[in-house]
Design a protein around this ligand. Sequence first.
Ligand code: ATP
Ligand code: MG
Length: 180
Amino acid sequence: MQLKSLTMNGFKSFADKTTLHFSEGMTGVIGPNGSGKSNITEAIRWAMGEQSAKSLRGERMPDVIFAGTALRKPLNRAEVTLTFDNSDHYFPKMPDEVTVTRRLFRNGESEFYLNQKACRLRDIVDLFMDSGLGRESFSIISQGRVEEIFNSKPENRRGIIEEAAGVLKYKQKKKQAEKE
Ligand code: ATP
Ligand code: MG
């Protein structure tokens, strides 16, 4: 499984529709301070179902919508699409190419799509949770969180590693089964 491309439209500083294509191997993003590097990783996390506006450096979720500049009016919606190469069927029971889209309007209305079909936030969250790339996962580490990992207690650090390794879903399933 590989993230093939990311399309942002009206997300934070990406007012115009912008598509980034990722090739195999490692990708580095470079640019001056404030040019939007962190916004790129936030777009990825947002499309994967992030529900905390604070963790996206906002107060409310509509803060991710392009807020305008001196020369440009604010927009009314943000949209992000992730396209994954799934030819190895990392996401089981899914086509060779998987797309996930999240759209949010200023009035708070939001839409989610899995392979171009409308779905619930839950479906997106489950897709990534089952793949070990969950919303809270440390597969994506933002600025500042590195310190958080090093300063955390050993048992918490263990949780972080388990989440990244994809063990957490089994623990949660076990807990659920014990309850039932
Ligand atoms: P650094 O190197 O300092 O980490 P960076 O490249 O990671 O910088 P970002 O933090 O991704 O930069 O981008 C910050 C820019 O995004 C700021 O100029 C900010 O005004 C802009 N920005 C954030 N949210 C919005 C929004 N909703 N609408 C328009 N612009 C936004
Ligand atoms: Mg940054």
